[in-house]
Ligand binder design. Structure first.
Ligand code: ADP
Ligand code: MG
Length: 278
């Protein structure tokens, strides 16, 4: 099971759009996927057609220990489940402050779910903060994907974000790795976007090998700005249902292929012991 936290404390960078369309694309590729909506705004849930009102169980019930994930998750398409949220979740940030083990609630809930059900992918759509909900996602995750909008201020805030992953790795989750950076709302052909990529590559290549982001890649698939991606949520549909032939579907389709390709074990390189022994 790959558990991926889609994280950036900035709002409006493409976390939800990427989480939803990645989840939908992986499900369409035959993987069993659970999207966990960790934003009290509930945009990810709405994007997949779930409005968590009335008696519908939400991820808040998991954080308060009232319900297991197996009850909270909701089937929305073949292979695709969502654990929805609504504004109740905002209270969890406060209510958990004094709770023992508050950082591991989600991890434990996922372990419990895994005892009875095998998901190929769990995608966690984080809120725009570095609070206890995001810490829960990082504690439960094996991987972090960071959506970035490549503009002048894109790298601002990145060091705070990355040091949070380092902190969680040292205290709570030894296996946490930042594996991918997604460039979203990409303006093709602008000098600025290319500059931001260069700066990022430069930064990554200079980082310490024991940092969680040492092996992070910038995904080749750039997610271009495309109005269909902004329209799809109001129809409660992923981009593949809403407009399967638009540039947005093409870009997220490519991203899904890249994410699937990461499952392959590393190729034998000239330096590897296997090759040398041969
Ligand atoms: P976040 O979850 O980081 O706050 P969202 O995914 O909600 O960001 O995106 C912010 C806004 O931008 C939303 O209205 C969304 O529909 C829109 N949006 C996201 N990605 C794109 C894109 N590639 N092209 C056009 N609009 C986009
Ligand atoms: Mg969001």
């Amino acid at each position: 099971m790959r558990t991926i936290a889609v994280m950036n404390q900035k709002g409006g960078v493409g976390k939800t759009t990427s989480s939803v369309n990645l989840a939908a694309g992986l499900a369409a590729a035959g993987k069993k996927v659970l999207l966990i909506d960790l934003d009290p705004q509930g945009h990810g849930s709405l994007h997949l057609g779930v409005e968590a009102v009335g008696e519908i169980p939400t991820i808040y019930d998991v954080f308060t220990g009232q319900k297991p994930l197996s009850v909270v998750r909701h089937l929305v398409a073949e292979n695709l489940w969502v654990a929805p949220s609504n504004v109740d979740l905002a209270a969890a940030e406060l209510e958990l402050v004094d709770a023992p083990n508050r950082e591991v609630v989600l991890r434990d809930a996922l372990r419990k779910l895994a005892e009875t059900e095998a998901f190929g992918y769990v995608i966690m759509d984080c809120p725009p903060s570095l609070g206890v909900l995001t810490i829960n996602a990082l504690t439960a995750a094996s991987e972090v994907f960071i959506p970035l909008q490549p503009h002048f201020f894109a790298l601002q805030g990145l060091s705070k974000l990355l040091s949070t992953t380092a902190l969680v790795r040292s205290r709570l989750n030894r296996s946490l790795r930042v594996t991918g950076i997604m460039l979203c709302l990409y303006e093709t052909g602008t000098r600025l976007a290319a500059d931001v990529c260069d700066d990022l590559n430069d930064f990554l290549s200079r980082s310490d090998s024991d940092m969680p982001w040492a092996d992070a890649r910038i995904f080749e698939s750039r997610i271009r700005r495309n109005i269909k991606l902004a329209e799809a949520p109001s129809y409660g549909q992923s981009i593949f249902e809403y407009a399967a032939k638009c540039p947005g579907a093409e870009d997220y389709g490519n991203l899904v292929s890249e994410v699937l390709a990461m499952e392959q074990p590393a190729l034998v390189t000239p330096e590897s012991p296997l090759r040398r022994a041969a």
